[in-house]
Every structure is written in structure tokens, then in C-alpha cells.
Write a protein that binds this ligand. Structure first.
Ligand SMILES: Cc1ncc(COP(=O)(O)O)c(C=O)c1O
Length: 388
């Protein structure tokens, strides 16, 4: 299932309701079948030995994480709390990737003792000395390849002032670290999120594989046993599933071509591509107020608490909207959330069928960076999560 249509949403919601899983206010419905489809795309197109560590931050619901783990996939953790979520979900250590840029000494000790074999990506030179010489994880060095990428400024992490990774302008020092000892066996990069043209990702992969090959040549000369054997390419790409030419197949073919003589093991950390289209949010309409004959406010039970990026940032995020069991464009509505501030508006102006108390608004493609970012403003109860 590439995405959830209105009729599929209505069926999934009816099934969840029949099982008593829904709430009277709002539900966040996540489809297992849609998740399986996305996961299968990674399996079908990337090299077979790729470790796909799905980004927990994008959707951290324990049931979803457990399902991902049960299918043999890994998880990428952006904090020690997410490392623990991955462990609870049943992911074996060697499929956990830990990427926080602010790992404390205690967190590193926890990984050394309890997450043996996990890939731990070191974010900066200053972090390196915190790892014991006999560290029990697999060490990766995060490098910022400084590749221009066309995405929202908040999601572009490949600039020179980025807090993520060591800029490749410091190549001499990177080389020194990677060739004076052989403790690092992986290199990681992630250039940004929300990327539809993946040419910059391929360019970054080329730059990093070249660098890793140079490092390995020096290590061979020095007689070191361990080589760089893994490249973690991060996530960030929103593959277009309707396109044969710019889709996942083309990306993977190009990736394999770059890697054909080097044969590095690939690690991925996709988030949005996996989760976005697998979910819809549905809320009861509580009130409709008519401030003027033209302006009708429809109040629902989810707003800036669930859709933080849409409401608080300038990002261009458009969730398709519909009304359960109704069709038409009879009236223009302003769809407002439940929180106590004027900006809690999901749609300033949208044409919908006539609404009344008790109707249900559906918002599609809500699976990424929504429920995992839930805001406690006004202390409202968290939206009811349904995994069907
Ligand atoms: C290091 C890292 N990996 C993976 C991801 C997931 O990115 P996306 O959801 O765009 O695929 C992010 C997103 O912030 C990230 O920072």
C-alpha cells in the first residue's frame, strides 16, 4: 500500500472502532500493511546485507518499533532514551545505531557495558577521547561532506556551521584520526531531510567511499587488521514511488555502481520515507462557530500538540484533509485545534462538506514527526494511538 486512500482509512477506522480501540476525541491510526510495504521496498532495492536502522525520532510508538524489530530491521537512536526504546523493542545490539551529538560519558559507558556491538557514530573530535581503548561497540565517525542540498533550511545539516559531524574541510585531521589507529571501522554521513532529488546523497556517498578507500590503503600499508568496512548513509530521502527514473530503484542502482569495487556494507537511517504515508489522524468536530457569515471555525481535538512542525515552523507541510463518510465542497472552514493560543490553526481556509458536531475530520500522511513530537501544552491527554 503506497499510501492510505480515503476508503482504506474509513475501513481501518471502522475495524479499529469495532474492536473498541478508538477514542471519542481523536485517534492516530497507523497501518501495519503500509509499514510492511515501505520496509519491503528497502529490502527489495538495497544490497541484501544492508542494515536498515529506521529512525526512531520519526515515529517512536513502542508497538511500531516492536513490529519493525520483528521484521529483522534495525533502529537508529538519536538519544540514549531511544537506544533503550530499541532494546525494549527487541532489536539486537548489532542492529542498533546511536547518533546523538551530545553523548554524555555515562551514556557512552552504558553503550560499552550494555549495548555491545552497536554502531556508535561519533559526532566530533572532542567526543573521541571519551571512548575507552577496549570500547565494545563498533565506532563510526560522522563526517559532514558539505554537499549542497535542496531542502528546508531547518533540515539542511550539510552546511559548514552544522552541529552534526566533522566538516570535510578538516580532512587532514580526519585522516590522522582514521589512520593512526584502526578503532574506527565505519563512516557516517547524513546531509539533511526532506530531500526529493537524491543526486547530492550519491555525491556524498562517492566522496565518503573515496575517503574510506584512501584510509584503507594507508591502513593496509601500516599492517592494520581492521579496515573501514561500513558506510552509514543516514536517511533524508523522500523517494518518489510514482517515478521509475527518480525512484528508489535508480538510487540503489547508482549506489551499487559507486560501491562495486569497494563493497562497503551499507547502513541506512530512513525515517520520513518509511513512516509518513502509513498513518492518518482523525478527530471529532466538537464545535462550529460562525464569527462572520464567511468565516466558520471548526474546532477539533488535535492541533499544535500533534502537528508541531506545521504550526510552529515555516516548513511547507500539507496534510490532505477529508471528512469521514462525506463528500463535497459546500462551505469554507477554518480548522482550529484545541490549544489556548491564536496560532493553533491547521487550515486557514479549506472547502469541505457541511460540518456539524460529531463529524470526523481525517488528516492523511501524518506518520512522520508528529506523534513522536507530541507537545504537552495545555496538558491535554495524548492522542489515542491505534496500530492496525
Ligand atoms: C542522523 C539522522 N539520521 C536519520 C534521520 C531521519 O531522516 P529522515 O526522516 O529525513 O529520513 C535524521 C533526521 O533528522 C537524522 O538526523
Amino acid at each position: 500500500m503506497k499510501s492510505i486512500s480515503k476508503s482504506t482509512a474509513e475501513k481501518l477506522y471502522a475495524a479499529a472502532k469495532a474492536k473498541g480501540l478508538t477514542s471519542t476525541k481523536a485517534d492516530f491510526v497507523y497501518s501495519k500493511e503500509a509499514l510492511d510495504y515501505r520496509l519491503s521496498l528497502l529490502q527489495d532495492h538495497f544490497p541484501q546485507n544492508t542494515l536498515h536502522a529506521i529512525a526512531i525520532k520519526t515515529c517512536s510508538e513502542p508497538e511500531v518499533l516492536k513490529h519493525i524489530a520483528s521484521k529483522g530491521f534495525g533502529l537508529e537512536a538519536a538519544s540514549i532514551e531511544e537506544v533503550k526504546l530499541a532494546q525494549i523493542a527487541g532489536v539486537p545490539n548489532n542492529k542498533i545505531v546511536f547518533d546523538s551529538p551530545v553523548k554524555t560519558r555515562e551514556e557512552i559507558k552504558y553503550c560499552h557495558e550494555f549495548v555491545k556491538g552497536a554502531l556508535i557514530n561519533v559526532n566530533c573530535f572532542e567526543e573521541i577521547e571519551r571512548y575507552p581503548a577496549d570500547f565494545k561497540g563498533k565506532l563510526g565517525l560522522r563526517i559532514n561532506p558539505l554537499i549542497n542540498v535542496d531542502t528546508d533550511k531547518n533540515l539542511n545539516v550539510s552546511k559548514l556551521n552544522s552541529k552534526f559531524g566533522i566538516p570535510i574541510t578538516q580532512k587532514d585531521q580526519i585522516f590522522k584520526v582514521l589512520t593512526e589507529s584502526n578503532r574506527f571501522t565505519a563512516i557516517h554521513f547524513h546531509i539533511g531531510s526532506g530531500i526529493s532529488d537524491f543526486a547530492p546523497n550519491l555525491k556524498a556517498f562517492q566522496v565518503i567511499t573515496d575517503l574510506a578507500s584512501e584510509v584503507n590503503a594507508i591502513r593496509t600499508k601500516k599492517g592494520f587488521k581492521n579496515k573501514i568496512d561500513t558506510i552509514d548513509i543516514g536517511g533524508g530521502i523522500d523517494f518518489d514511488l510514482e517515478s521509475e527514473t527518480i525512484g528508489i530503484k535508480t538510487f540503489c542502482t547508482a549506489l551499487k555502481e559507486i560501491n562495486k569495487n569497494t563493497d562497503f556494507k551499507i547502513v541506512t537511517e530512513f525515517g520520513k520515507f518509511i513512516h509518513e504515508k502509513n498513518s492518518f489522524a482523525i478527530s471529532t468536530v466538537e464545535y462550529i462557530t460562525k464569527n462572520t457569515p464567511e468565516s466558520h471555525n471548526a474546532f477539533i481535538h488535535i492541533g499544535a500538540d500533534l502537528f508541531l512542525r506545521k504550526i510552529y515552523s515555516q516548513m511547507d507541510i500539507n496534510y490532505p484533509i477529508s471528512v469521514l463518510g462525506k463528500e463535497g465542497e459546500d462551505q469554507t472552514y477554518r480548522i482550529v485545534g484545541p490549544l489556548c493560543f491564536a496560532g493553533d490553526v491547521l487550515f486557514e481556509s479549506v472547502k469541505l462538506p457541511f460540518l456539524e458536531e460529531g463529524n470526523q475530520i481525517i488528516l492523511f500522511n501524518t506518520g512522520a514527526n508528529t506523534i513522536s513530537m507530541w507537545s504537552r501544552h495545555c496538558s491535554r491527554e495524548e492522542v489515542n494511538f491505534v496500530f492496525v
